[in-house]
Design a protein. Structure first.
Length: 154
């Protein structure tokens, strides 16, 4: 319920979002920041050269797109092998991206063109979150100032 309330606040459906509420949400979630979660007693941080070495320990991978799977029009070295190994191990792979200028289907197609086996339904973008947030709004959700610069203003 708390998370649902925070999502409503973030999209400001009830028109009550302000700086104080933003800080309150951050403070409520601060304990989830990995830097604030201690390691289990007796454990030490591990370092691995590649994610394939630890795939068997996870049910799923949530990967960022840019810099993890691709850089520009190039797949990151080892990304294809990682996805193949994840598929063999039965590990689900989801790609989270803040690249919201294109629909997720176009992003999925771009990944496949780079040789990365990622289906459209495994791509979650900031655009998707925005569309879902807008769908829940029952009134205006944004305003553009009348004095903003327009592309044809020169």
């Amino acid at each position: 319920m708390l998370l649902k309330s925070m999502v409503a606040d973030l999209f400001d459906h009830d028109k009550t979002m302000d700086a104080d509420r933003t800080v309150e949400i951050y403070e409520t979630l601060r304990h989830r920041n990995p830097a604030n979660i201690p390691l289990p007693s007796g454990s030490e941080p591990e370092q691995h050269d590649h994610l394939t070495g630890i795939l068997g320990r996870f049910d799923a991978l949530l990967l960022d797109g840019y810099g993890v799977l691709n850089i520009g029009a190039e797949a990151v070295p080892g990304a294809v092998g990682l996805l193949e190994a994840a598929a063999r191990e039965g590990v689900e792979v989801m790609v989270l991206t803040n690249g919201g200028s294109k629909p997720s289907a176009m992003t999925g197609a771009r990944y496949r063109n780079l040789g990365l086996a990622i289906s459209d339904d495994r791509v979650i973008s900031s655009r998707d979150a925005l569309i879902e947030g807008i769908a829940g709004a029952d009134g205006p959700i944004g305003v553009i100032d009348a004095e903003c610069a327009l592309p044809d203003d020169g």
